[in-house]
Design a protein around this ligand. Structure first.
Ligand SMILES: O=C(O)[C@H](O)[C@@H](O)[C@H](O)[C@H](O)COP(=O)(O)O
Ligand code: SF4
Length: 606
């Protein structure tokens, strides 16, 4: 059944825009397959070094008889989500042997927990940690010892970084292996309320710390629908997981069997059999559009308006905010998961989860169901839910109705006829806004500006009572080139307090917000950024700013003649410390947000 006409039109637009770069990409991975670095072409010394560190299956590694899978792992104890990966490689090697193949850890990649660095200098390394992960993935796979790869990553920039790097080895079959969310703790809404009380001085630090620990209490991904869990939804829609692997909790038989089946599936796909399906063929224009569609249908993280164009670009595909904006107008909002509602991802999974959303989008002809996937039964398999029955992993069809239609809905009764994203265009440039987490009566804000160059000054002004009025808070010099485009999520509590007090409040920034941010209308990723002359650098305190998510506009209502001759504000000096000076190279080479804000992709001229 053909998809909705507008989805087909946007897909054609992306295919057309990608023609040259996608052909160059497919040529590259064909060359890599035919004449790239791989085990048969390694010299004896190279090969001996390649398995000297491995105890088991040295013979088959020597003669290359069996597929060898490179495990790229983002394990560390900083991310509760990635702490679950600690012993994955040793188990994956056993499950590989079960399936008649071998596996080695090709390499580790760094992973930053944005929750730990939020509001601190480390957050200025966050976005470029994605590029660092991409390069580290390339370092791991460059050994050429592998005929397939298994990628262990869950959180914000880690999945994008792994994919950006791995796609440059797109001749290899690959599977993404998630670890699942922690069990539900203190509900996210209650956590946010304690934060707001603390911001107003009505809760102590001890009370706040206890609330945070009750929310983030064990291994597993945080349970809000932020960038990490949006990653999982998108990997399902791209067919890069085993079907329905996104939200099975860590430490369960289901989680174990899903990981085990991923290793078995790689063996079935193989390297020179009839089922060979390299990741560079799976990640095509339709798979990228599918990822955008589920992001919009679930009110996913705004960070993917930056990451998905970067992932696409690494596969020779051109995706921009116009594509998102057009898709958002025809893709309905089917879920309400915090910050777009009060449920968390465990409740979302119990109510139906990603596979229910995919089933509904397939039925509504609102997603491409003919993409090449890891699963052998193709994309319809991603509309079924995995479970353990008689100790076996099986997949079942969903009942017609949702398990809880306050959390997930069928396509004929959506929460909103449109997705949760708008592009905003005006005399300040191009920005994004996630409307799904904002009450409709706050989609249009017009108020005087109060201008800042960092989020700490906003918090100080709030504490001093200087923002208790209708206000558009402008925070500039937060773009990729200025300071690495940090998330300004610490502004969510004070701005929410101002909004709760009845003021008309908005944020305008060339920086980012967290996928967990919501409630306050925010025009983010404003391009061009302040550093380098973006119009946001012209705004002065008191200018009337109009953010209109209905009309899709963002303007400074200043006399045009005056606006034209306005001086640009001077940038603060680049900060040092916490390693930020090591990322000057990336800031200098970074592309704008809409193209993925990537230094490595811009320099690679893909
Ligand atoms: O984009 C995201 O989803 C965020 O980066 C998220 O990963 C980050 O950890 C937040 O900071 C968590 O939210 P809190 O800071 O509110 O706990
Ligand atoms: S979701 Fe965010 S806070 Fe939670 S583990 Fe991942 S990066 Fe850290």
């Amino acid at each position: 059944m053909p998809v909705h006409a507008e989805i087909a039109a946007v897909t054609d637009r992306v295919i057309e825009a990608s023609k040259k770069s996608r052909k160059a990409y497919l040529d590259l991975i064909r060359r890599e397959r035919e004449s790239g670095v791989d085990r048969p072409r390694l010299g004896c010394a190279n090969l001996a070094h390649g398995f000297a560190g491995t105890d088991e299956q040295r013979d088959s590694m020597k003669d290359g008889r069996r597929m060898n899978v490179g495990i790229v792992t983002a394990y560390n104890d900083m991310l509760s989500a990635h702490a679950t990966y600690y012993r994955y490689p040793e188990k994956m090697k056993l499950w590989a042997l079960e399936a008649g193949i071998t596996a080695q850890v090709a390499g580790g990649v760094p992973a930053m927990c944005d929750g730990v660095t939020q509001g601190f200098p480390g957050m200025e390394l966050s976005l470029f940690s994605r590029d660092t992960i991409a390069m580290s993935t390339a370092v791991a796979l460059s050994h050429g010892m592998f005929e397939g790869a298994a990628l262990l990553g869950i959180c914000d920039k880690i999945v994008p970084g792994l994919l950006i790097g791995a796609l440059r080895f797109g001749h290899l079959p690959m599977v993404m292996i998630p670890g699942g969310p922690m069990r539900s703790g203190l509900p996210n809404k209650e956590k946010a309320q304690v934060r707001e009380r603390y911001a107003e001085g009505k809760a102590t630090r001890e009370e706040l710390l206890e609330a945070e620990i009750a929310a983030y209490h064990s291994k597993g991904t945080c349970t809000f629908y932020g960038t990490a869990n949006s990653n999982q939804m998108m990997m399902e829609a791209m067919g890069l997981h085993m079907p329905g692997a996104a939200f099975a909790n860590p430490g369960t038989k289901l989680r174990q069997e899903l990981t085990r089946s991923a290793m078995h599936r790689l063996a079935e796909i193989g390297w020179d059999g009839n089922d060979y399906r390299p990741v560079g063929h799976c990640v095509d224009e339709k798979a990228i559009i599918n990822a955008a569609i589920v992001l919009l249908a679930t009110g996913g993280s705004t960070n993917h308006l930056i990451h998905l164009p970067a992932i696409a670009r690494s596969a020779g595909i051109v995706l921009d905010w116009e594509d998102f904006d057009r898709l958002s107008k025809v893709v309905p909002l089917l879920t309400r998961v915090y910050p777009n509602g009060s449920a968390d991802v465990n409740m979302f999974e119990d109510a139906g989860g990603p596979s229910f959303v995919i089933r509904e989008l397939i039925n509504g002809r609102l997603i491409h169901s003919d993409i090449l996937t890891v699963a052998d039964k193709g994309f319809p398999a991603y509309a079924t839910k995995p479970t353990i029955k008689d100790d076996m992993l099986v997949w079942n069809a969903h009942p017609k109705e949702s398990g809880d239609d306050k959390i997930v809905r069928t396509v004929d009764r959506p929460f909103s006829a449109e997705g949760g994203f708008r592009i905003l265009i005006g005399n300040l440039g191009r920005a994004c806004i996630k409307t799904s987490a904002v009450e409709e009566d706050r989609w249009v804000i017009e108020a005087p500006a109060r201008v800042f160059s960092d989020q700490a000054s906003v918090q100080a002004a709030f504490k001093a009572g200087e923002l208790d009025r209708d206000v558009v808070v402008v925070v500039r010099f937060q773009g990729p080139k200025a300071n690495g485009m940090p998330e300004l999520h610490k502004l969510t509590p004070p701005l929410s307090v101002l909004q709760n007090r009845g003021f008309r409040v908005a944020l305008v920034t060339d920086g980012r917000m967290s996928g967990a941010s919501g409630k306050v209308p925010c025009a983010i990723h404003l391009s061009p950024e302040a550093l380098g002359g973006g119009p946001i650098a012209k705004i002065r305190d008191g200018d009337i700013i109009r953010l209109d998510a209905e009309a899709g506009t963002l303007d400074a209502k200043v006399d045009p003649a005056e606006w034209a001759q306005r001086e640009l504000a001077k940038a603060p000096p680049p900060a040092t410390g916490t390693g930020r000076e090591l990322f000057a190279l990336m800031r200098g080479a970074a592309d704008e947000a809409e193209k993925g804000a990537s230094a490595i992709l811009a320099s690679a001229e893909l």
